[in-house]
Design a binder for this molecule. Structure first.
Ligand code: A3P
Length: 306
């Protein structure tokens, strides 16, 4: 199913892209026209994208659906948004996205520098979620092995995967380039790019939901706060709630055939310690630290924290 009939990662415009995503990535970059009202949810894979999609949707659509009528109760977060690179844009005829009512919400793993120009140039908003890279590695490894996602490196042994990742070779990596692009953009253009951390969302979801709503230009009113709307959204989108919904237990993504349950595993911080040795963790953190040096972005090595 890969573009060249093999399972490989390709270094394309500085990013490692699975062969089966190449056409979509290229087509997305050339053809996508952003609208000022669009919301782009960006991330490295396995960083909490599904969660952020659900949160962004719930914030943006809260005046239309109360939490008890939310489409999220019967629809996977991935079906609420259009996941460009992999599926839709690999088709010769991309879907008619003009028809979608605003705000359109899209998911994307592209590096910031490789986004379609109209995303950077329009007034649309970009929300990025990053995660402790060791948890990201473990989550991706588990996902790939359980669902046989073969990008040429993902089905290697954990030791082999780890060695590749230390060289930056992983789907949508290098990790440091993916995060740094958005991190720098969030500093230069804070009204354009919001940079969130998975661990901080776990720690204080209410604070982060307020941040998200304000950034999207849809701040919660005092009345909404009094009525507990923020807590309702956080409960609706919580790991336990989403994971236990019928659609996420037994549903399947129509285009890729991936089970929705694949996107809900443990949802914990620090699970890497169950898979990677302390010396593997230390070596990788040293590499990441060196790559992020001077940027102001850092990750804590402690198992409990970001
Ligand atoms: P784990 O494999 O560590 O459990 P993505 O959505 O980017 O593919 O990321 C998937 C990761 O986010 C998985 O991590 C998954 O369990 C976790 N996740 C999914 N929904 C979540 C939620 N509502 N809250 C917290 N974590 C969630």
């Amino acid at each position: 199913k890969n573009i060249d009939g093999t399972n490989s990662l390709y270094l394309y415009q500085g990013a490692w892209i699975p062969g089966f995503n190449l056409r979509g990535v290229d087509s997305f970059q050339r053809r996508f026209i952003a609208q000022d009202t669009d919301i782009i949810v960006a991330s490295m894979p396995k960083s909490g994208t599904t969660w952020l999609k659900a949160l962004a949707f719930s914030v943006a659509e809260r005046h239309i659906y109360g939490p008890r009528e939310s489409p999220l109760l019967s629809t996977s977060p991935h079906e609420l948004v259009r996941f460009f690179e992999t599926d839709l844009y690999s088709k010769d005829q991309p879907p008619d996205l003009e028809q979608l009512p605003p705000p359109r919400i899209f998911g994307c793993h592209s590096h910031y520098a490789n986004l379609p120009e109209s995303i950077r140039d329009s007034k649309c908003k970009v929300v990025y979620i990053c995660r402790n890279p060791l948890d990201q590695i473990v989550s991706f490894f588990q996902f790939a092995h359980k669902f046989k996602l073969d990008d040429g490196t993902s089905l290697l042994s954990l030791d082999e995967c780890y060695e590749n990742i230390c060289r930056g070779v992983q789907s949508q990596g290098p990790f440091w380039d993916n995060v740094l692009g958005y991190w720098k953009a969030s500093l230069e253009r804070p009204d354009k790019v919001l940079f969130l951390k998975y661990e901080e969302l776990k720690e204080d979801i209410v604070l982060n939901l307020k941040k998200l709503a304000e950034f999207l230009g849809l701040p919660f009113t005092d009345k909404e706060e009094e009525e507990g709307v923020i807590e309702e959204i956080s409960r609706l989108c919580s790991f336990d709630n989403l994971r236990n919904l019928e659609v996420n237990k037994n549903g399947v993504r129509p285009l890729s055939g991936a089970p929705n349950s694949a996107f809900f595993r443990k949802g914990e911080v620090g699970d890497w310690a169950n898979y990677l040795s302390p010396s593997m963790a230390e070596k990788f953190f040293n590499i990441v630290e060196e790559k992020l040096a001077g940027s102001g972005l850092s990750f804590k090595t402690s198992q409990e924290s970001a």
